[in-house]
Design a protein. Structure first.
Length: 436
C-alpha cells in the first residue's frame, strides 16, 4: 500500500505540466512584458491621486476613490475572468485582457475633455478590469511554466519587471501630468463656476497624451501575445479528467487570499499618500512634482528586491524570507511614524525593498498543490487585491481625522498578518497531514 508521502509526491508529479529539461525562457520573456505594463499603469494612480485631488478639491478619503475604483475591479471581475481562463485558456484570456485595458485607456480622453471625476473613475475601473484578466491568466501561467520547486523564484523574477514599470511610472507621470503648478485651494474656491470648469478642463488635459500612448501600446501587445506560440497549459475546464476537489478546502489558498488583501492594501496605502506625505512641512515640504520623483525610490526598492529575491528564493524557503520581509517592513513604517523630517521620508521609502518578494511569494504559496484548480485559485487570490481599494480609503479617512503622518498604522497591521501567514498559514493541507 502506498504511504501518505507517496500519495503526496504522486499528486505533485501529476500537476507538473512540463518536463524539467524544457527551456521556457522565450515564452517567459513575452509574458514578462505584461507584468511591466500593468505595473506601470497601476503606479500611475499614485500620480493621478495628487493631480485630481487638486483639480477637484477633494479630501483624502474622497480622492482615494481612485484606488477604490481601480482595485475594486479585482473583486468584481476576478472570478468571471477565472471562468474565462478555464474556458478559452491562458493565452486568449491575456489578449482579451489587453484589449479591455486599451478601451479603459482611451476613455481617459473624454474624461479629461469633460473634466469629470466620475468618468475618470469609470475609465480606471475598465482599465483595471483588463489588468485583472492579465493577473488571473499570467500569474498562474508563470507559476506553472516549469518546476514547482522554483515557482516562487520564477514569479518573483517576472514581478521584478512589474516593479520596473512601477519605478518608471512616477517619474514619467510626474513630468507629463504634474508639469503645471495648480492653483491653491483658496484660489480655486474663489473661481466662478464657468471659470472653475475651464480650469479643470485645462488641468485635466495633461493626462491625454500619456494615456493615448498607453492605449496604442496595449493594442500592440495584444497583437504580439495573440501571434506568439505559447505552450498550452491544462486548466480545470480543459482537462480530460474530472476535478473532484474544492479550492475552499485548501487552507493555504484561503489564508493566502487574506495575505494578498493585506499586502496590496499596505503597498497601495503607502504609495498613494507619498506625494502628499512628502509635502507635509514636518516631513520634507516638497512640491508635488519633486515628491513624485522620490516615489520612484519606493517602487525602485521593490524592483531591486525582486531581482535579488529571485536567486535568494532558490536557496531559502519562501515562507522564511516572507517572514523576515514582513518584520522589516512593519518596523520601518513604525519608525517613520515616530520620526519626522528626511528620516521619516527615507524610512517609509525603504519599505518598498521589503515589499518586493511579498506578492509573488504569497501567490506561489497560495496556489501550491492546487493542480488543475490553479486557475480558479488564481481568481480567488486576485479577488483579494481588492485590499488596494478598501484599505487606502480607510487610511484616508483616518488621515482626514487625525493627520496623515500618523495614519500609517494600517499598513503595520497588514504586515503583522503577513508574518502570521509566512510562519503558519501558508502550510498546504498535505504538508500539515504529513506532519500530523
Amino acid at each position: 500500500m502506498a504511504t501518505r508521502e507517496d500519495m503526496i509526491s504522486s499528486s505533485r508529479a501529476r500537476i507538473q505540466p512540463f518536463s524539467a529539461t524544457t527551456n521556457y525562457w522565450h515564452p517567459l520573456a513575452i509574458i514578462t512584458t505584461l507584468f511591466f505594463m500593468w505595473g506601470f499603469l497601476t503606479c500611475l494612480n499614485d500620480i493621478l491621486v495628487p493631480h485630481l485631488k487638486s483639480i477637484f478639491d477633494l479630501s483624502y478619503a474622497r480622492v482615494m476613490l481612485i484606488q477604490f475604483a481601480f482595485f475594486s475591479a479585482y473583486f468584481l471581475f476576478s472570478v468571471p475572468w477565472s471562468k474565462i481562463v478555464n474556458r478559452i485558456g491562458y493565452q486568449r484570456a491575456m489578449v482579451i485582457g489587453l484589449l479591455t485595458m486599451a478601451c479603459g485607456a482611451f476613455l481617459f480622453l473624454p474624461a479629461a475633455s469633460a473634466a469629470s471625476f466620475p468618468l475618470f473613475l469609470t475609465a480606471l475601473m475598465i482599465l483595471a478590469a483588463g489588468i485583472t484578466g492579465l493577473q488571473v491568466a499570467a500569474n498562474p501561467y508563470v507559476d506553472l511554466l516549469g518546476s514547482p520547486e522554483t515557482a516562487s523564484s520564477r514569479l518573483d523574477l517576472t514581478q521584478a519587471f512589474n516593479s520596473l514599470g512601477t519605478t518608471i511610472a512616477p517619474k514619467i507621470g510626474g513630468l507629463l501630468i504634474l508639469s503645471s503648478t495648480p492653483f491653491a485651494i483658496e484660489e480655486l474656491r474663489k473661481l466662478a463656476p464657468q471659470a472653475l470648469q475651464a480650469y479643470r478642463v485645462q488641468q485635466a488635459a495633461s493626462v491625454k497624451l500619456p494615456y493615448i500612448v498607453i492605449a496604442f501600446a496595449l493594442l500592440l501587445l495584444a497583437l504580439l501575445i495573440g501571434m506568439s506560440k505559447l505552450p498550452a497549459i491544462e486548466t480545470a475546464g480543459t482537462g480530460k479528467t474530472k476535478v473532484n476537489d474544492s479550492i475552499w478546502k485548501h487552507r493555504n489558498l484561503v489564508l493566502g487570499a487574506a495575505g494578498i488583501f493585506t499586502y496590496v492594501g499596505a503597498e497601495v496605502s503607502i504609495g498613494s499618500f507619498l506625494v502628499n506625505y512628502f509635502g507635509l512641512p514636518e516631513i520634507a515640504g516638497l512640491a508635488a512634482i519633486t515628491a513624485a520623483g522620490y516615489v520612484s525610490f519606493y517602487w525602485g526598492g521593490a524592483m531591486v528586491g525582486r531581482f535579488l529575491g529571485a536567486p535568494i528564493l532558490r536557496r531559502i524557503k519562501p515562507g522564511n524570507l516572507l517572514a523576515v520581509c514582513a518584520v522589516c517592513a512593519a518596523a520601518l513604517v513604525c519608525f517613520s511614524m515616530l520620526a519626522d523630517g528626511r528620516t521619516a521620508m527615507w524610512s517609509i521609502l525603504a519599505v518598498g525593498l521589503f515589499n518586493s518578494v511579498m506578492f509573488p511569494t504569497i501567490f506561489s504559496l497560495g496556489v501550491a498543490e492546487l493542480g488543475p484548480l490553479t486557475g480558479n485559485g488564481s481568481g480567488i487570490l486576485n479577488m483579494a487585491i481588492v485590499g488596494g481599494a478598501i484599505l487606502p480609503v480607510v487610511q484616508g479617512a483616518i488621515a482626514d481625522r487625525f493627520g496623515l503622518h500618523h495614519a500609517f498604522f494600517i499598513p503595520v497591521l497588514c504586515y503583522l498578518y503577513i508574518l502570521f501567514y509566512a510562519v503558519s498559514g501558508s502550510k498546504p493541507n498535505s504538508e500539515r497531514l504529513v506532519r500530523e
